[in-house]
Write a protein that binds this ligand. Structure first.
Ligand SMILES: Cc1cc2nc3c(=O)[nH]c(=O)nc-3n(C[C@H](O)[C@H](O)[C@H](O)COP(=O)(O)OP(=O)(O)OC[C@H]3O[C@@H](n4cnc5c(N)ncnc54)[C@H](O)[C@@H]3O)c2cc1C
Length: 439
């Protein structure tokens, strides 16, 4: 038995919303010992990555040290480890650098990774937005482009102010709105020599509407708000190829650009492929109604890595609220198991969906019936929900101050170019957009 000091031992892989929710619930029970493993020593708040990428928030506003979260709970150990092997039968996980952990229960909560759907050049040449590392790289690329155009306006002819955003879901819409604001407000205030009128934001999506799960009325609202922010929306259009200096759209259009932002889809984290189970939709792990894995007693999958069925039999969406609630529900079932009680099926309490479009506009479908609100009211709902989801009080206060500052200032938050490698561009590396080829 892997129990420690007479306590039952639970190993959790991943300290996102799901893993953290599970660990926090178990930490309240003195007869439990938790080992929380993550490849980062912090919890990252993914819904706000786009605000870091567009300089509205600082990285520290959305990343919270996992050790600090559990500083007062001696029954939770945090370990920095990237798990590469999973043995469900012995409930053991291993990291590539020789670490090994076994538990009485094992919880897989390793989240998602970007899905490039085989798009040529996208993994190497586009900027996904799935981690804090991604967000700071994108921020440095955007700021690097503005700095370079400030010194050499001719680079605009080679696509330096063209931004191509792939995917019309919340990530794509939110980042498009925020870049629109940056161009309208930050450029005139801080990059006075950059001709903002020459910037071009493309938002492409293969479907027939942005933010598909919302109503038709909402689709029009979103399209109008983005249009006012200078975003050029191309529906029914994908990105076929991404090169170092240009992107090719599915209709054949060649767009010179040094900034393709990937919000085009996600799939399960690689851990899902390493546990010997058949993978379901999106490469995710199918779970039973009580979040356990069939044939592996004591093993659970929660959050984005799991295919969790909703009341209609369809998989629940990959959302922070699904992850958090499934984490807490898995903890309840682990406790029930250890205390000889029956496990309960997971019931998701749908509090709605929302997206922010630039600084002041937002759309929210609130509650189980998804009652839609737009504009200021939705913006306030968005602020409230996201502040309440944040891990620590300090994070909440700092983020609210930043949001307030951003709402009333023209320039937004910290325009810090701290990832030199992402900002560095070899302008001669793409023959298709060299001046001689373009003319
Ligand atoms: C840009 C963006 C915007 C979003 N906006 C919203 C929104 O507005 N509202 C909403 O509800 N949801 C939103 N989501 C979705 C939401 O963030 C996810 O559904 C949620 O984060 C899933 O939680 P999780 O714990 O399952 O996974 P994650 O939050 O991805 O956490 C997984 C954790 O596992 C760790 N990990 C991964 N692999 C390993 C490994 N091999 N070894 C060790 N550790 C590992 C990771 O470091 C990470 O800490 C957004 C997502 C993105 C990317």
């Amino acid at each position: 038995m892997s129990s420690e000091n007479g306590r039952r031992h639970v190993v959790i892989v991943g300290g996102g919303f799901a893993g953290l929710g599970c660990a926090q619930k178990l930490a309240d029970h003195e007869d439990m010992h938790v080992t929380l493993l993550d490849r980062n020593n912090y919890h990252q708040f993914q819904p706000l990555l786009y605000q870091v990428a567009t300089s509205l928030l600082a990285p520290a506003d959305i990343a919270h040290s996992l050790r600090e979260v559990f500083a007062d709970q001696d029954n939770v150990d945090v370990k920095l480890a990237e798990i590469s092997e999973v043995d469900l039968a012995s409930k053991t996980v291993k990291s590539g650098d020789g670490g090994e952990w076994s538990g009485d229960a094992l919880v897989l909560a390793a989240g998602s990774q970007p899905n490039f759907f085989g798009t040529q050049g996208a993994p190497e040449n586009s900027f996904p937005l799935y981690s804090l590392d991604n967000a700071t790289q994108l921020r440095s690329r955007i700021l690097g482009l503005l700095e370079q155009v400030d010194r050499d306006p001719k680079l605009i002819d080679r696509g330096a102010l063209n931004f191509v955003i792939v995917g019309g879901g919340p990530t794509g819409v939110e980042v498009a709105g925020a870049i629109g604001d940056m161009i309208e407000l930050t450029l005139p205030a801080e990059y006075r020599n950059v001709d903002a009128s020459r910037a071009h934001i493309y938002l492409v999506d293969l479907g027939d509407a942005l933010l598909k799960p919302f109503s038709d009325k909402a689709h029009h609202y979103v399209a109008n708000v983005l249009k006012k922010k200078g975003v050029d929306v191309h529906l029914g259009t994908g990105v076929k190829e991404v090169h170092t200096g240009h992107a090719v759209l599915s209709d054949g259009t060649l767009v010179p650009t040094r900034c393709v932002i990937w919000g085009g889809g996600i799939k399960a984290a690689p851990v899902a492929a390493n546990c010997g189970l058949a993978q379901g939709r999106g490469g995710r792990i199918d779970v039973q109604p009580d979040l356990t894995l069939a044939g592996s007693p004591g093993a659970y999958a929660i959050g984005d890595i799991a295919n969790i069925s909703g009341p209609d039999g369809q998989p629940l969406p990959q959302l922070g609220s699904v992850a958090l609630q499934s984490g807490k529900a898995a903890a309840e079932n682990i406790l029930a198991d250890f205390h000889g009680k029956p496990r309960e099926p997971f019931v998701y309490r749908d509090k709605g969906i929302m997206a922010m479009i630039g600084r002041t506009e937002a759309i929210a479908a609130v509650g189980k019936k998804h009652h839609e609100v737009h504009g200021q009211l939705a913006h306030l709902a968005w602020l409230g929900v996201h502040a309440s989801l944040m891990t620590g009080t300090r994070d909440k206060i700092e983020a609210i101050i930043e949001w307030g500052w951003d709402r009333f200032s023209k320039t937004g938050g910290p325009h810090v170019l701290d990832r030199g490698e992402a900002a560095e561009i070899d302008w001669e590396d793409d023959p298709a957009v060299m001046p001689s080829a373009a003319s």
